[in-house]
Write a protein that binds this ligand. Sequence first.
Ligand SMILES: [Zn+2]
Length: 471
Amino acid sequence: MRNILLVVVDTLRPDHLGCYGYDRPVSPRLDDLAARGSLLTSLWSASNFTAPAFTSLFTGLYPHQHGVFDFMSRASGGVVRQVLENNRARTGAVVSFRFFSNLLSEVWNDITAVTDTRSFNYSKDLPPAVTEESLAWLEKNGKDGPFCLFTHYDGPHMPYRLPAEFAHSFDTVDPAAVDSDFRHLVFPQDKEEIGQTEEASMFRLINQVNWGRRKLNQETLQWMKDKYDASIRYNDEAIGNLLDGLKNLGLAEDTIVVVLSDHGEEFFEHGHLAHAGIHLYEEVVRTVGIIHDPAGPGNGQRVDVPLSQVDVWPTLLSLSGATDPPGDWLGRGFNSLLESDSPPVGTARIEETADVPPAPVFCHGQFKLAMRLGRHKLIVPKPSPVLGRGRRLRLWLKMLLQGELRDEVFDLADDPGETRNLAGDADLRRSLRSILAGHMAAEGPSFNPATDLAEEQRKKIEQEMKDLGYM
Ligand SMILES: [Zn+2]
């Protein structure tokens, strides 16, 4: 099999990259890679936050099948790891958050967390450190037989931690007009290190905004977008350096490079900030998808067909020529779209594709479910059973008060901003709902319950998450 370099950038919205049409020069290196590779324009995460999204990516299972909804669980179902081992590929991982070491320990080998001593150390130096560690791994392991390296950048995840040369790249707002709590907590530039207390305060601040207990002025919102873009620029440079290093090591011609994000970020398009909340609109479920295969035809193409990250690994294993993927993974990947000389462009109408119906893709939040089918999208409220009963009831009540307990149907071809709810079309809503019900009823061919941690370890992580304001 050929080599694979899988780069995942946390919290990166595709529509903030030049290759997806953004008008600010934030991503020269990713734009260049996309111009030489395939750009997936409708790739969905399987969830709207990190732990279940990564578990789905690495197991090929949706969250109701793998059962992982937090960092206190551990992904199991090591199909990818097994196939790579059978193909004698070396595997490594360089990640920005320590929690990955626990989450992915059964589905991946050899995980290096760049910040191993802190739970959420958003250091200013993380992106170059990830590049440096990744290149050290490639230098050591890249020459002897196939390899597969997973590299995780913290990306434009709040709080924004930027070195001086990037900190003000896209500023458009007078800092005096910015809410001072946000300025101190979301962009703690004056501090070398951020403590857990400050991080917890930041998440609480965002929660207050999202539940309507605090107003956010327009200047602060624009200022956050400016910092988000500056963070993308910073990460783009670090990824560019990784790609240069791959080339300098003489490995670029034999390596398939894939760049994804795990989920997006909300900037008040639908009244909320950040991610991991109740919303499943496009700004948070649609992800980056760039695949550069040095031997592939059709480079420079766009693939507009709705796709899910659960099918990324089946695709990569096929593209790389790995042998012996399990039977239910064969033919599941979307590699034929990438290998085609004239890939399908544009999402087809449901009624126009009676011969080959479009395949639905799904996204599972903790509080809602979403499905994309052709041009249509359905969002329904449904709290995850892994939330405790008390928490579910409290959230249900909050959602009721905010008018969030309703079905939504959108026609993304006509209404990409999801502003016109078509749920009043009873036939359309019913047909979409019945497909979603079928998906929820299917456990999947490789069902594996989440592996629970030892009680002591679980309590430790739970306490850390509480300190951070996540629970
Ligand atoms: Zn994430």
